[in-house]
Design a binder for this molecule. Sequence first.
Ligand code: SF4
Ligand code: SF4
Length: 367
Amino acid sequence: MRSIKKELEYCTTCPKLCRFACPVANVEYRESVTPWGKVGMLYFLSKDYVPKTTENYELIYHCTGCLSCREFCEHQISVPDILTHGRKLAYEDSRHHKRLEKGLKNIKKVGSIFKNDLNNKIRSELDAVYFSTSLKAKIFLGCVYTEKHVEKIRKVIFILERLGIDYVGIYSNKEFCCGYPLYSSGFEKEFVNYIIKIKNNLSGTKKLIALCPTCAYTLKALYQQYDNGIKAEVLTFSEFILPFVKAMARNKKKITEHYSYHDPCFMSRYLNQVSEPRELITTTGAILSEFLWSKKNSVCCGGGGMFRSTNKVISLDMAYKRIEEFKTIGSKAIATSCPTCLNMFKDADPDIEVIDIIDVVHNFINQ
Ligand code: SF4
Ligand code: SF4
């Protein structure tokens, strides 16, 4: 990883221009967890101004990696990259957050962030035809959809069949996870070794459709930072399916729903995809009412950067804060395109209606 000396100095001497944009600081109400506070602590640690204790390192785990701060940074500094580097140093010093070890253990053992073998699970759920090695386009399901939302994977299969897309299979190997949890936790060496295996698994694959935007960004951009990346073209579900749904919509009855689209951080700020999911939703006939903070300025649900593993209560408070914003809009449901956002909102308030973009497309096609 590149040197972060310059960024550490910029942030430490900055008059906190991005302070208001950090959703963690806005829930915790602590100056120390603003981007300035967290990067500042890392600066002090790097200079040995403070002892390298677990307590001092702990601050750098108060970040969801949402990248909201960069939208307001004159220097375009990526605080998540800096803090991830700090997590790597914490791990090397054995001062890392111990709750992150569970994910590492699971990925080493079964290739998934969860303890279940998701490769076995999905192969027992779906017809063998979807795992044919002759299919050069594949769906990358991701751990969260496979562990928590198999019914949505079935809906994706239904959508593909109805749209006549018969050349797409499913990626499923022992290395099921994209590896992002390893990267985000600061387990850099393990991440680098892991993605070599994924890259081998994907040799011969020409197109990869990632259902989860975090997987999409990891496969598309993060791998590139460590080696030459993968050869396959990586697309999100929204950008892949949009032209097919638009073509079908010309002769199809529209649905009458009213949604507010919550931009997942990886979809909007990392992958720059704000129009594709909106166009997909409005193509079905649904009406969209925007959150006050939306698109590149969307507010994180609290579930990124392993934050739920390290700080569960605060992460759910963040989701609830976003729900409070939603309640002022008056639309029927939150629509989103990330399984983690979906879980965060439902866990923060089980009464709130949240719909995945997969469900929106499925409901439209299946009416
Ligand atoms: S990320 Fe940019 S705006 Fe935020 S504290 Fe650092 S230098 Fe200042
Ligand atoms: S990436 Fe998000 S959570 Fe992390 S410091 Fe920046 S605004 Fe805060």
